[in-house]
Design a protein around this ligand. Structure first.
Ligand code: HEC
Length: 77
């Protein structure tokens, strides 16, 4: 991503399993809850604060790699 490429999913194969790595990249929709607190709709922010009082996942911008799904699949014998 630092080189301007899109983060792509990747499969790694071992003897008995295949592991898939799927990037979690932010988009416009995510900003409804993850933008700077000053930019989040006040009703949304009130609910997030109520349900997740220790939420620190704000201040994101779009097109950031923010996580990775890691899925292990057993190979058929
Ligand atoms: C409806 C509101 C909402 C939307 C939309 C949303 N999130 Fe979240 N997200 C949250 C909340 C609230 C938390 C914190 C949950 C907690 O503390 O358990 C969270 C947590 C996260 C975390 C974990 C943060 C950490 O450091 O532990 C990541 C990564 C994340 N969101 C990514 C995304 C991405 C990427 C999108 C868009 C594809 C997205 N979220 C859309 C509300 C939202």
């Amino acid at each position: 991503m630092q080189n301007g490429d899109a983060a792509k999913p990747k499969l790694m194969e071992a003897d008995d399993k295949i592991t898939g790595y799927y990037p979690i990249v932010t988009n416009t929709m995510c900003m409804n809850c993850h933008a700077d607190k000053s930019k989040i709709d006040s009703k949304t922010l009130a609910i997030i604060n109520e349900l997740y009082p220790s939420d620190a996942a704000t201040g994101y911008t779009e097109n950031q790699l923010r996580g990775l799904w890691v899925i292990e699949m057993e190979k058929k014998k």
